[in-house]
Design a protein around this ligand. Structure first.
Ligand SMILES: [Zn+2]
Ligand SMILES: [Zn+2]
Length: 283
């Protein structure tokens, strides 16, 4: 494992002069102090008090809160409608999460019904326009311009609005990890054994790390945590051998679940970061 002596150092700006360096330091330190009194720090702290990947947790919580306020207050909002029309509804995950949130609001479906009414009307208009076209079945699919036009009008022109806001949340909080990493309170929480960034979010943070010390800190932490997880996974598998089967079970018993989360994020996080995901093919 690579040892990085600078992991306890604060961010440095070697390309700047000494006086500039100290003033930049002050700006960053002030920003960290200011940030500790802000909502993003509260969210970051909440994420760091759970287990597994804190960024997955923040994105999940934020999508839940967003849906809650959308259904409670914004079902008639014009910009929400516009986005919902562009994507022809929510993606699969956020649609069924919306159903859960509707239930939590103790609603019988009225919010989601109101939100989707104009969308369903638009869908019917598209179908009626298509039905009114006589030449629709006249030619083969590949050469039929009417059918090609129909498929084009039915195709979404935007992504699910919750996916879009989750993407923004991911980017924003990845930068917050980088901003806050020199803070002692952050480090104590982040370095806890229970915290392990999933692979995609580790890479999101690394993309935001603009200097060597920051990159080394997160790389060093991730390396230590993955080494620990691999040892636990090995132990879990060893304890399946007949001669070890009666040994007491410890933390290693959930290691396979942590490995699953490490590579694929917590349940409910879409593969927004994955260029091979079908939903990202056209972006
Ligand atoms: Zn994650
Ligand atoms: Zn979505």
């Amino acid at each position: 494992m690579t040892e990085f002596k600078s992991t306890t150092m604060k961010p440095t700006h070697t390309e700047k002069g000494t006086s500039q360096k100290s003033s930049l330091f002050n700006v960053e330190e002030n920003e960290v102090i200011r940030n500790k009194r802000s909502i993003p720090w509260v969210r970051l702290e909440e994420g760091l008090h759970t287990s597994g990947c804190p960024l997955c947790e923040i994105v999940l919580t934020s999508a839940h809160k967003h849906l809650d306020s959308l259904l409670y207050e914004y079902v008639n909002d014009v910009s929400v409608r516009k986005k919902l029309h562009a994507s022809f509804g929510f993606c699969n995950h956020h649609a069924w999460l919306a159903k859960e949130v509707e239930r939590e609001l103790k609603s019988d479906g009225q919010h989601l019904a109101t939100l989707h009414e104009s969308l369903l009307k638009a869908e019917l208009r598209l179908l009626q326009e298509a039905s009114g076209t006589k030449r629709i079945a006249a030619k083969k699919k590949e050469t039929n311009p009417v059918l090609q036009h129909l498929l084009k009008t039915f195709a979404p022109s935007g992504e699910c609005l919750l996916c879009a806001s989750s993407r923004q949340t991911e980017e924003f909080y990845a930068s917050q990890f980088v901003l806050m990493y020199s803070d002692n309170e952050f480090r104590a929480l982040f370095e806890a054994e229970t915290i392990l960034m999933c692979r995609p979010h580790f890479l999101s943070v690394m993309r935001e790390a603009h200097d060597r010390a920051t990159a080394e800190y997160f790389l060093n932490q991730q390396t230590k945590k993955i080494e620990r997880l691999l040892n636990q996974l090995k132990l879990f598998l060893e304890k399946h051998d007949v001669q070890h089967q009666h040994e007491p079970r410890g933390k290693e018993w959930t290691s396979w679940l942590q490995v699953l989360e490490h590579f694929s994020c917590k349940q409910g996080i879409d593969r927004l970061w994955d260029p091979y995901s079908p939903s990202n093919q056209n972006k």
